[in-house]
Design a protein around this ligand. Structure first.
Ligand SMILES: [Cu+2]
Length: 104
């Protein structure tokens, strides 16, 4: 009985260690949100993206909005109509895309 109890305790402890060490790996694998390119303004370094809800920014519903490109050169790989995965961030109160990938 005691041996079984110890086994259960040990198993729980291992599980907790596993959970504690997992978050960074899980976080790194969080997929980027989906979007669709509506418009690109290379001169201004801006891109208009249609996207679904982004709760972390208080966008509870999908919308079409303009983002600043962290690096204007990233706008060269996409064109209007393209389906993308993008990394939205808020920098100095301005919505910025730090990464754009073409969705397959
Ligand atoms: Cu938005």
């Amino acid at each position: 009985m005691t041996g079984f109890y110890l086994f259960k305790r040990l198993r729980t402890a291992l599980l907790v260690v596993g959970l504690l060490s997992a978050p960074s790996a899980v976080f790194a694998q969080t997929p980027l949100p989906d979007g669709q390119v509506v418009k690109i303004d290379p001169a201004a370094g801006k891109i208009t993206i249609k996207h679904g809800p982004l709760k972390q920014f208080g966008m509870d519903e999908g919308m079409t909005m303009v983002y600043r490109a962290a690096d204007p050169s990233m706008l060269a790989i996409v064109k209007p109509g393209d389906k993308i995965k993008f990394a939205p961030e808020r920098e100095n109160g301005q919505f910025t895309v730090t990464k754009i990938e073409k969705a397959k």
